[in-house]
Design a binder for this molecule. Structure first.
Ligand code: DSN
Length: 427
């Protein structure tokens, strides 16, 4: 390694930053942290270790780390109205692994959604569920409504009597029918767990659903999708016994983490404080924006799933671009026009490499201050590339002009700072 290598790497990162200043970001699992939260990532917390819980550490030097973590726990419980929180999982998948370590032994049955219907990879045979050797059984899915088939799910739960009933999706258009399943959960006596990663910011803002009031005992999540925090994870709980809480804490450390990325934990604490103030307004706008985007695309001839149901109740929409060359082809063309999104499997697809869909998220555009009017503009850019097959290079120039008007992050304490202030600081 020479200094030239280091320069090369830095240049590439800076080039990426510059590029994204001129892109429309539509990946449904990404977001922008506030400048204040991002500052935490270059603090001295990034260079330190902490193991265990505040006040019971294995390292000295954690005086301020403990104070920040205690504040983060307080804020997490307040924002989500939860009676248990753990802010130490270093990602959503690690949070999922902690739940598995705590509450499932190899061979235990867990019911979950299927990958083709939008489940997260960690719940699959080749993901964390498989690594834990649990017997996972998929719920029946209602493709027309892009949600669980309630009667079939009740039947399945009664039949297999899972130890844990798990929910959560990565293409999360509508809230799971938890209220309808609550009696069955009680009858079966299973623990109810939902991976809320995609919709955590919406839940924080009182949109989508309220899992901890709808029978869910444990919420696992990453903290950087609709919730605009750092790449990190979190666990929340309701009505857990003291023994269950301790099991979960032990599964986090020493089960699946050592130190828990203290700089990210501090950034999470800042984001929780910001969401406590701005979450409601931000989440409501993100949901309005995704519906407006769905409607505009639909009117421009792009098939958007679930038209009859209003396209979505979350930040995300799913579009079927099979007739325009498929998800892979369209996502690449859009990237050439500086519109960043991902190909996605739709329920009838069998290939994740060449699926027929695209998944589009409104949350990051919302953070940058875009509203329903801008969603119409974004839909037009997409239709020019996907439907009209205009040269992406030409559309790109218009996208760049459009995006330059949206360079500050909204819904945070220092909203007057440019979104990319952190990058400018270190350039
Ligand atoms: N892979 C992420 C997504 O885009 O949905 C979830 O971890």
């Amino acid at each position: 390694m020479t200094v030239e290598d280091a320069k090369y790497i830095r240049e590439k990162v800076m080039a990426h930053n510059k590029w994204f200043e001129e892109c429309i970001p539509m990946i449904a699992s990404e977001n922008l942290m506030s400048p204040l939260a991002k500052e935490m990532l270059i603090s001295d917390f990034a260079d330190r270790y902490a193991e265990g819980l505040p006040g019971k550490r294995y390292y000295q030097g954690n005086i301020y780390v403990d104070q920040v973590e205690i504040k983060a726990l307080e804020l997490a419980k307040k924002v989500f109205n939860a009676d248990f929180a753990d802010v130490r999982p270093i990602s959503g998948t690690v949070a999922n692994m902690a739940v598995l370590f705590a509450f499932a032994n190899p061979g235990d049955t867990i019911t979950t959604c299927a990958l083709a219907q939008g489940a997260h990879i960690s719940t699959c045979e080749f993901g964390a569920f498989g690594q834990r050797s649990v017997n996972s059984v998929n719920y029946p899915f209602d493709e027309e409504n892009m949600n669980l088939d309630v009667d079939g799910t009740i039947k399945l739960l009664k039949q297999v009597k899972p130890k844990v009933a798990q929910f959560g999706l990565s293409v999360f258009l509508f809230p799971p029918p938890l209220k309808e399943l609550q009696d069955t959960f009680n009858e079966v006596g299973c623990l109810v767990w939902e991976d809320c990663a995609h919709v955590l910011g919406l839940i924080a803002g009182g949109q989508f659903h309220d899992p901890l009031r709808e029978g869910v005992n444990i919420v696992s999540s990453s903290t950087h999708k609709t919730f605009p925090g750092p790449n990190h994870g979190m666990l929340l709980g309701q009505n857990l016994t003291e023994e269950q809480e301790k099991k979960l804490q032990k599964a986090v450390f020493p089960g699946v983490t050592s130190s828990h990325h203290l700089h990210a934990m501090a950034a999470l604490a800042i984001t929780l404080a910001e969401m406590d103030v701005y979450g409601k307004e931000y989440a409501a706008q993100a949901c309005k924006n995704s519906r407006a985007l769905g409607q505009a695309l639909y009117e421009l001839g792009v098939p958007v799933l679930c038209e009859k149901q209003g396209f979505t109740r979350s930040h995300a929409i799913a579009v079927d671009v099979a007739q325009f060359g498929g998800g892979l082809e369209c996502a690449k063309l859009l990237e050439d026009a500086n519109i960043i999104c991902n190909k996605n499997m739709l329920p009838r697809d069998t290939s994740s490499v060449r699926p027929s869909g695209l998944r589009l998220g409104s949350q990051e555009m919302t953070r940058l201050g875009m509203k329903e009017t801008e969603m119409k503009q974004v839909a037009e850019f997409i239709a020019r590339v996907v439907v009209k097959k205009e040269d992406p290079a030409k559309v790109k120039e218009d996208v760049k002009d459009f995006k330059r008007q949206f360079s500050t992050i909204q819904y945070c304490f220092n909203a007057d700072e440019p979104a990319y202030a952190y990058h400018k600081l270190v350039q």
